[in-house]
Design a protein. Structure first.
Length: 137
């Protein structure tokens, strides 16, 4: 199993929207950055992802599970990019702000800090466990 972080602006798609999508979940589409798209292609069914509210909030608010690996993104007319299907798993009891992540030396290496514009990024298992503990899940 691999671990990831997915970013979404909460006024476009929030964790509450993800919850409302139900058990079927929703396609995580619209990714047009090649590095982020390559990360989507590496995702496998069963992988877990942190759900990060970007711009407003700037915090990890929950987790989602990949329920379908990469498939053609229906929003891409040129058919170059992929999407994955994700389903809501958990809401963090305590959202983890970007500020808290930056202050924690054991997770300060994350792409979230070093590549702040990247919308889909890998998370190592040790960092996943630390952030879950910080979020009280």
């Amino acid at each position: 199993m691999n671990y990831w972080l997915l970013k979404s602006e909460p006024y476009v798609w929030s964790i509450d929207d993800q919850i409302k999508a139900g058990d079927k979940g929703i396609a995580w589409d619209g990714v047009r950055n090649y590095q982020a798209a390559n990360n989507l292609k590496k995702m496998k069914e069963g992988d877990l992802c942190f759900f990060y509210h970007s711009n407003l909030g700037k915090e990890i608010v929950g987790t989602v599970k990949v329920t379908k690996a990469a498939f053609l993104d229906k929003t891409d007319k040129k058919k170059r990019f992929v999407a994955v299907q994700v389903r809501f798993e958990k809401k963090l009891k305590v959202p983890i702000s970007l500020e808290k992540i930056k202050k924690n030396k054991t997770i300060s290496h994350l792409p979230l800090i070093k590549q702040s514009r990247l919308s889909v990024m890998p998370i190592d298992f040790k960092s996943w466990k630390i952030i879950c503990k910080m979020g009280k899940i």
